[in-house]
Structure formats: structure tokens, C-alpha cells
Ligand binder design. Structure first.
Ligand SMILES: CC(C)(COP(=O)(O)OP(=O)(O)OC[C@H]1O[C@@H](n2cnc3c(N)ncnc32)[C@H](O)[C@@H]1OP(=O)(O)O)[C@@H](O)C(=O)NCCC(=O)NCCS
Length: 144
């Protein structure tokens, strides 16, 4: 995995590739402006050679962090790229002193819920009306 794929901080020039995957992945995709705010923060892209195949990030506030986005290009799913990225984000968060990571996921997004469960996240609640058309499941993982 490490020979073929690499992880880098997201740069402004990555934006068109990230936006393309975002639009292929979500009903309510982030806009360019939303991503631009994350440049320079804990937001990363996964590259295969020079091509961006996934991205994701977190926002840490003291010992807690929110996973803000994670997606893999549809052509590259189920090849452990998401796992590679999530493990990297967890490692980075730990380095910052984070003890717990939380996230919101659409109630209908069973694939993402299975993905997070596989990585030790547990369902801890629900946020009614979090999305325009759907509730969110809140998941959390205590970092060891
Ligand atoms: C969720 C997502 C990031 C997973 O990335 P990925 O690279 O395909 O995932 P991995 O290959 O690392 O999968 C790891 C584990 O997650 C689970 N999983 C992933 N995709 C799955 C699927 N289609 N069906 C069932 N389980 C799945 C499995 O347990 C898998 O392990 P296994 O392959 O050994 O069975 C990817 O499906 C995606 O981009 N989805 C659209 C965006 C999204 O919903 N993001 C989450 C927002 S909260």
C-alpha cells in the first residue's frame, strides 16, 4: 500500500480533483469555498502517483476531534485506501493529544457506518434533522 499510495496535506491546486470525488460521493457536496478553508489545516489527500484518489481531515479542539470528511474515488473503493487514510488521520490526531474522535454520518449510509465500525467507532447517538433530508448517526472512537 505505502509503495503505491501516499498521503499529503491538501493544497489549493488539489481542489478540482477533490471536488470531483466529493460530487461523486455525496448528495450535498461541499463547495470549493468550504474546502479552501481547510487548506493548511489537518486535511489530507491520498495520491496514487500524481492522481488524487481520496481525501479526508479532522478538526481537533483540545482532546476531542471531529472527522469532517472522508471519501475515496468510486473507482478505487474497497481497496483499503479509506482504511489507510483513516489510520493516518487517527495517528495525526493522537500526535495532537486527541483522545476521542467523533463524526456524523447519514443514517442511510450503511457502507460508511460499516467502515467506521470496522475501525473501532461505535454509534453513540442520533442528530435529528442534521441533514436537510435525513438524520445523522453520531459515532465515536476512543483512541488508545
Ligand atoms: C466509506 C469509504 C470512505 C470507505 O473507503 P474504502 O477505501 O472503500 O474502504 P476500505 O477498502 O478501506 O474498507 C474497509 C472496511 O470497510 C467496510 N466496507 C467498505 N466498503 C464496504 C462496502 N461497500 N460494503 C460493505 N463493507 C464495506 C468493510 O468492513 C471493509 O473491510 P473489508 O474490505 O476487509 O471487508 C468509501 O466507501 C467512500 O468514499 N464512500 C463515499 C463517501 C462517504 O460515504 N464517506 C463517509 C462520510 S461520513
Amino acid at each position: 500500500m505505502k509503495d503505491q499510495f501516499s498521503i499529503h496535506k491538501m493544497k489549493k491546486e488539489d481542489m478540482p480533483y477533490v471536488l470531483k470525488i466529493e460530487r461523486q460521493s455525496f448528495k450535498d457536496p461541499w463547495t470549493e469555498g468550504m474546502f479552501e478553508k481547510e487548506v493548511g489545516s489537518d486535511f489530507y489527500v491520498v495520491k496514487r502517483g500524481e492522481n488524487i484518489v481520496g481525501y479526508g481531515g479532522f478538526i481537533a479542539v483540545f482532546e476531542e476531534a471531529d472527522l469532517i470528511n472522508i471519501a475515496v474515488s468510486p473507482l478505487f473503493r474497497r481497496k483499503k485506501i479509506g482504511s489507510y487514510l483513516l489510520n493516518f488521520l487517527i495517528k495525526k490526531a493522537k500526535e495532537k493529544g486527541v483522545e476521542e474522535i467523533k463524526l456524523e454520518v447519514r443514517e442511510s449510509n450503511k457502507i460508511a457506518q460499516m467502515f467506521y465500525k470496522k475501525h473501532g467507532f461505535l454509534e453513540i447517538g442520533k442528530r435529528k434533522g442534521y441533514y436537510k433530508d435525513e438524520d445523522a448517526i453520531v459515532m465515536a472512537c476512543v483512541l488508545k
